[in-house]
Design a protein around this ligand. Structure first.
Ligand code: KIV
Length: 280
């Protein structure tokens, strides 16, 4: 990656400066080709720990490891020149102590060349966020539905309804005061997302939140219709690539069975091609 190429990608301060401005656009990415499609279109891409469910067939994000994040982080980074990359800290890599969090966040940043890390949690993570930021690691926070805590939350439920709304606002203030440059709000009532967006001075990035958030994020395989194990209400399918891929695989199988593939144009002649018929 050249220094020039790096300079054109936004940095955490640029994301922070977009508070209240043009909405920020973000998607998850796990591979180089997908990152290339997003480069320059998204303001940042997230190498989400959703990779465990989306690409590795895990039933939750709890089994995702540092090694998986680093492998996918490096792949995504190779596809980006104009878009910032944020990388998730996997479950178990930051909760024990702020020192543990620093060691693993520094590893993610140095081995993948990410621009920032994301971690889940509100007030209970404020001290860790402040520790990381003071030591040069930009942090995006993630509150509301935090999938790494499904076992204590009791499933993938809407968060912040009723009395829990005040606690969610406190969480948002806590991560903003600790120095997070943005906060993901996942699966919270739209009116609460609007209140949080008004209340904090850092951009809110909604997923299952509200169009009034300062930005939006979706899991790319969900919005492309590639991940079809289930569909959350907050996912809009912008394409049905899963159905298209299935139809293409079936068509290929049918043609192989019928000996219609490969056809003449896909096979090679005995004689080397003349310079005119190059490639035949
Ligand atoms: O891992 C993930 O995909 C996330 C979401 C916010 C998109 O954390």
């Amino acid at each position: 990656m050249s220094a020039t190429a790096r300079k054109s990608a936004p940095m955490p301060q640029d994301i922070l400066a977009r508070k209240g401005g043009q909405p920020l656009v973000s998607l998850t990415a796990y591979t180089t080709p997908m990152a290339e499609l997003m480069d320059g279109v998204c303001d940042f891409v997230l190498v989400g720990d959703s990779v465990g469910m989306v690409l590795h067939g895990l039933s939750s994000t709890l089994g995702v490891t540092m090694e998986m994040m680093i492998l996918h982080g490096k792949a995504v980074r190779r596809g980006l020149t104009r878009t910032m990359m944020v990388i998730d800290m996997p479950f178990g890599s930051y909760e024990q102590s702020r020192e543990q969090a620093f060691e693993n966040a520094a590893r993610l940043m140095s081995e993948t060349d990410a621009g920032a890390v994301k971690l889940e949690g509100g007030r209970e993570m404020a001290d860790t966020i402040a520790f990381l930021v003071a030591r040069g690691i930009p942090v995006m926070a993630h509150i509301g539905l935090t999938p790494q805590s499904i076992n204590t939350l009791g499933g993938y439920k809407v968060q912040g309804r009723g009395d829990a709304a005040a606690r969610l606002i406190e969480d948002a203030h806590a991560v903003a005061d600790a120095g997070a440059f943005a906060v993901v709000l996942e699966k919270v009532p739209a009116s609460l997302a609007d209140r949080v967006t008004q209340a904090v001075e850092i951009p809110t990035i909604g997923i299952g939140a509200s169009a009034q958030c300062d930005g939006q994020i979706l899991v790319v395989d969900d919005m492309l219709g590639l991940f079809t194990a289930f569909k959350a209400k907050f996912v809009k399918r912008y394409a049905d690539l899963g159905d298209q891929a299935k139809a293409a695989i079936q068509a290929y199988a049918d043609e192989v069975h019928a000996r219609n593939f490969p056809a003449e144009e896909h096979v090679f002649a005995d004689e080397a091609p003349s310079p005119k018929g190059k490639g035949k």
